[in-house]
Design a binder for this molecule. Sequence first.
Ligand code: IPD
Length: 282
Amino acid sequence: MADPWQGAMDHAVAVARKAGEIIRDALQNDMKIMCKSSSVDLVTKTDQQVEQFIFDSVREKFPTHSFIGEESVAAGQPCTLTDNPTWIIDPVDGTTNFVHGFPFVAVSIGFAVKKELEFGVVYSSLEDKMYTGRRGKGAYCNGLPLQVSDQTDISQCIVNSEMGSNRDPEVVDRIFSTMRKILCIPVHGLRGVGTAAVNMGLVASGAVEAYFEIGIHCWDIAAGAVIVTEAGGVVMDVDGGPFDLMSRRVLAANNKTIATRIVKEIDAFPAERDDAPKQEKQ
Ligand code: IPD
């Protein structure tokens, strides 16, 4: 039977590539930087322009589909996953990198139907790397198949994580305490490239064994989750429970052995869900 979502996936790849061109062009120009939840949670005109471009292009081709986009949610749109085919988009994943010219900036497009992720497209625009994953059909980067690392010994691993944008000293302490514990297992290295989508692409390609973060959003990880699992990896909650796209917590790893070992070291803390009712948000 023909793949019912192949057309949508082809469109996602085309639109991500074009969005990446907009990002590369914008890097040459002066950018207007604004703050969202705090002085370290940045947004630029490019984030908004790229999201609008993707939204218009998807809406024209798939008028009945739903849309969750980082900047639309920041502007007050709901962040609720329904059974309707839904595009989950981060137009510029790695906005801080973009602002500083740190060379990892991705367009991330996840697609879910009946709350199940069907495909993910991550375009690492400055590296010109197009990661794709289609449920049941494998993951690719620039057309070549992706396979996670086969490492099962944690002491031979590189683990990626991020500091995020929460500067509450208690949260920062917990993040550093977790990183210290993981580093001292010991592991070969602890890294982070400033975009969740590319961190997950690196797990899928076997360059690193794992990536985890608390405080992340659904648009940062929806696409990457499909790419990692289709490359043979696992995606779960940081406490080892099932992955919940809206929970703002993720652990992606090459296999369960490595994931379970990392879970033991994570000082997990709750994060307000992406789909929490608005009036309850602080
Ligand atoms: C951010 C990146 C970063 C992660 C933050 C995200 P943004 O996304 O994915 O790696 O640490 O938690 O918010 O804001 O650049 O789209």
